[in-house]
Design a binder for this molecule. Structure first.
Ligand code: FE2
Length: 352
């Protein structure tokens, strides 16, 4: 084989191998709990696929074998078209303001460039006065970042004068960070602060992390619900831990006339929760990809739906879904062109 056909074959097989890993196999690998074997296993799978592709490019006849990677690329392209269509279908209102707004291609590392995005929504199910929710997620508290950074993030939520504050999981990645977390957490909402655990909390030790969250005065919801009142109007707030929580209790719909807000660490639960008539779902988990390409967005998202709900505000069959980027970072412990953020959601009655 001459040089040019080999290079073309290598390019086609290599791109197809990368697509196969990111679009198919990585969606299964992300469901495996963090352990000593997870990263070597992911690396082994990646190297096996890419090694196979290099072998095929060098040792298989270009024709007809080039049809195999071509078919994979065609399927990947079809997947991207479907993704664009679904994102357009579920697109909701963008933030009404973002403070401070920072997009600077000359500053790729954005690990601590925190931004607050504010959304306004109207919910026909809500008949009370307007109220504000501050939504924080994925603190991943670690001594690798200055404690002052986390204090600033929590102060932003507190100073927003939010009625309700939601923490939607991944407080820490490892148990040795628990004392640091205990020194930071406190109730921040004027009328309540609620939380749900995330996959990293479950993988580390849900019992110990949950105890710290509860001791801080925050209401932790482990596949359970509370029904606080805002000015005489009831709200049902549910913490939904699927798939990491051990409880297999079924999701219970709110009584008629009650606004139902659900805290679910992963947005992957959105279709189930939408079918159960939740009005708002507050998630996290994706970190908006942590590494984003300017103009293109996220690359890899730990979701069975890929990049469908990678970051922002969506409406799925009438259910509002909020997916912040989160505050901390993990695996890798930094962010590139991906600012950490807090969402403020101003809820008003009516059909906004
Ligand atoms: Fe996380």
């Amino acid at each position: 084989m001459t040089f040019l056909p080999i290079m073309i074959s290598l390019l086609v097989w290599g791109t197809a191998g990368g697509c196969l890993f990111v679009l198919l196999l990585n969606r299964r690998l992300i469901l495996i709990p963090d352990s000593l074997v997870k990263k070597p296993l992911a690396l082994l799978v990646f190297l096996s696929i890419m090694g196979g592709c290099v072998w095929a490019a060098f040792f298989l006849p270009v024709w007809p074998w080039i049809a195999v990677p071509a078919l994979i690329l065609l399927l990947a392209l079809a997947g991207e078209v479907k993704l664009a269509w679904l994102r357009r279908r579920h697109a909701a209102s963008p933030p009404v303001d973002s403070v401070p707004h920072q997009v600077d291609v000359f500053r790729p590392f954005t690990t601590m460039d925190i931004v607050t995005h504010r959304y306004e929504i109207g919910l026909p199910a809500w008949r009370g006065p307007a109220f504000r929710i501050a939504h924080l997620c994925d603190l991943h508290v670690t001594p690798d970042l200055p404690a002052e950074y986390y204090r600033e993030a929590l102060a932003l939520a507190e100073q927003s004068n939010a009625d309700l504050v939601f923490f939607t999981g991944d407080f820490v990645s490892t148990l040795d960070c628990l004392p640091l977390l205990a020194g930071l957490l406190r109730p921040l909402g004027r009328r309540g602060t609620f939380a749900v655990l995330g996959n990293h909390d479950y993988w580390a030790d849900a019992g110990k992390i949950g105890a710290v969250v509860r001791k801080s005065g925050i209401t932790l919801l482990v596949n359970e619900s509370v029904e606080p009142e805002l000015d005489g109007h009831g709200i049902r707030i549910t913490g939904w831990d699927h798939p990491w929580g051990k409880s297999r209790a079924p999701f219970v719909k709110a009584r008629d006339g009650l606004l139902h807000l659900v805290l679910s660490h992963t947005p992957d639960n959105i279709y189930t929760l939408s079918r159960a008539s939740a009005h708002g779902v507050f998630s996290g988990h994706y970190h908006a990809g942590q590494v984003r390409i300017p103009g293109l967005g996220s690359v890899v998202i730990p979701s069975i739906y890929g990049r469908r709900f990678d970051h922002g505000h969506f409406v799925v069959h009438g259910t509002h879904l909020f997916v912040p980027s989160g505050i901390g970072a993990s695996s890798p412990p930094f962010r590139i062109y991906c600012q950490p953020d807090i969402f403020l959601v101003d809820v008003a009655p009516g059909a906004g």
